[in-house]
Design a protein. Structure first.
Length: 138
């Protein structure tokens, strides 16, 4: 898996989340929307790894997670994101929604429509969404 793969997956997963939302498959829509951010953050992390460099073992181990807050810390863009979020309240609100996502949501059968809509909007909003912001830095 490389950076380009992760970028494609991030775009694919948010598109799939929207399709599932339109089909009223809310648990799947919710899960895939969050997963798109995970892929985007991992693309940001991959950008930091230089060809022929041997990354630090502890850093690599910490990147093998689904925890979005931890991935943001490791992404290399957290300071920039925090500055943007401080200047743009809606981006901060969207991150608050997004960072509550967990890979455990893949086991949920009861995610409601509003939760799925809120997460997809927080992730994919073209003006203030977390994913479009990350795409400028991956």
């Amino acid at each position: 898996m490389n950076r380009a793969d992760l970028q494609r997956l991030a775009d694919l997963r948010i598109d799939e989340a929207r399709l599932l939302l339109d089909s009223r498959a809310y648990p799947g829509a919710y899960y895939l929307a969050g997963y798109s951010v995970e892929c985007a953050l991992k693309a940001c992390i991959a950008r930091q790894i230089r060809e022929f460099d041997f990354p630090e073992k502890r850093f690599v181990e910490r990147t093998h997670t689904h925890n979005l807050a931890q991935l943001m810390e490791l992404s290399g863009v957290k300071v920039l994101f925090d500055e943007a979020a401080a200047a743009q309240e809606s981006l901060q609100v969207n991150w608050t929604i997004v960072r509550k996502w967990s890979e455990a949501s893949r086991y949920s059968v009861s995610t409601d429509e509003q939760s799925a809509q809120d997460l997809i909007a927080a992730v994919g909003d073209e003006t203030n969404g977390v994913l479009p912001w990350l795409k400028n830095h991956w």
